[in-house]
Design a protein around this ligand. Structure first.
Ligand SMILES: *[C@@H]1O[C@H](CO)[C@@H](O)[C@H](O)[C@H]1NC(C)=O
Ligand SMILES: *[C@@H]1O[C@H](CO)[C@@H](O)[C@H](O)[C@H]1NC(C)=O
Ligand SMILES: *[C@@H]1O[C@H](CO)[C@@H](O)[C@H](O)[C@H]1NC(C)=O
Ligand SMILES: *[C@@H]1O[C@H](CO)[C@@H](O)[C@H](O)[C@H]1NC(C)=O
Ligand SMILES: *[C@@H]1O[C@H](CO)[C@@H](O)[C@H](O)[C@H]1NC(C)=O
Length: 272
């Protein structure tokens, strides 16, 4: 009976749309729980070949225990990027207000989200498939994190491009001919977030150490490698986000220098 309910749940989950990412505890939600209908049975009908055996129940629980805590830093990275996005928006608004023109940052941009979907490897036996599904979920989150980071960096670059390519100040070489192309109110205040404070920078760089383990089972070996590469991916993203924050600080400085420049006078700032 319990097993039947679980498989119905699994069917419902497969039929559902894209799972919601960045839930604080996706492991408690049906989308990942539902994928574990085989959880506790040790027998594997039709798999006598030792080499093709599923991972053990112990290994499954071990991997689950390693992966579960990684959700926290991933969600944190996503939240930090939200703050950096608000910050780069602020810098864009300063510059747009001064020039009276939109900051163009996404002219040639197509879709940011890579459409590549990591297909569930259907040939995996149940327990390995379950862990693989968790890995796919977390890797998808990391794709979103990287795309978000790229978008913020493009905005930063867009701001730098306006500053660098306006050597005669915000209203150009002939300020008497300048017209605002719309309305860009000044932002009310610089975003006030602890992690944006330059005086005592919050460390954004994560150095998570993967739990290194040897496995005999070939599926376990693959899952171990995927787990380790997820950890390095999370660490790498945090490093790049920290670098991005430093660049955004610099860009804010350039923006403040730029917006007070007299127009019509050559004062090139190289902000790229
Ligand atoms: C930044 O601006 C974009 C576009 O106006 C908006 O969609 C996004 O919510 C803003 N980000 C934050 C953190 O306010
Ligand atoms: C660029 O971003 C703005 C919001 O900042 C949006 O309104 C516009 O549609 C985007 N353009 C393209 C080509 O994606
Ligand atoms: C002025 O704004 C419109 C859209 O509001 C845009 O299509 C046009 O390219 C802008 N012109 C300049 C010179 O930025
Ligand atoms: C810049 O901001 C000020 C204050 O919000 C506003 O009065 C002014 O019209 C803005 N300039 C443009 C070009 O939108
Ligand atoms: C801004 O942040 C600082 C330091 O975290 C805090 O002391 C101050 O009250 C904040 N200001 C506002 C207006 O929130």
């Amino acid at each position: 009976m319990a097993r039947l309910a679980a498989s119905l749940l699994a069917v419902a989950v497969l039929g559902a749309a894209e799972p919601l990412l960045f839930e604080p505890d996706p492991f408690a939600s049906p989308q990942l729980r539902g994928a574990d209908p085989f959880g506790d049975s040790e027998e594997e009908p039709g798999r006598s070949d030792k080499w093709l055996r599923d991972i053990s129940k112990r290994a499954k629980n071990h991997f689950k225990k390693l992966l579960q805590p990684l959700q926290t830093p991933i969600v944190q990275e996503y939240q930090v990027l939200g703050i950096l996005d608000g910050y780069v928006n602020y810098t864009m608004q300063l510059v747009a207000n001064a020039t009276g023109h939109d900051v163009i940052w996404n002219r040639s941009a197509g879709r940011f989200l890579a459409e590549e979907t990591r297909e569930l490897k259907q040939e995996l036996p149940p327990r390995a498939r379950y862990i693989n599904k968790i890995l796919i979920y977390m890797n998808k989150e990391m794709d979103v994190v990287w795309n978000f980071k790229t978008m913020i960096d493009r905005k930063r670059w867009g701001v730098g491009n306006v500053i660098t390519s306006s050597p005669y100040g915000p209203h150009g070489e002939h300020p008497e001919r300048w017209r605002a192309n719309g309305s860009w109110p000044l932002p009310r205040a610089r975003p006030n977030q602890t992690l944006l404070l330059q005086e005592q920078p919050t460390n954004l760089v994560l150095r998570i150490k993967p739990d290194v383990d040897e496995h005999e089972n070939k599926y376990a070996q693959q899952l171990q490698a995927d787990y380790e590469s997820l950890v390095y991916n999370i660490n790498d993203a945090s490093k790049k986000m920290s670098d991005l924050r430093t660049r955004l600080w610099k860009m804010e400085d350039f923006a403040h220098q730029f917006i007070v420049l007299p127009s019509g006078v050559w004062n090139k700032i190289d902000a790229n």
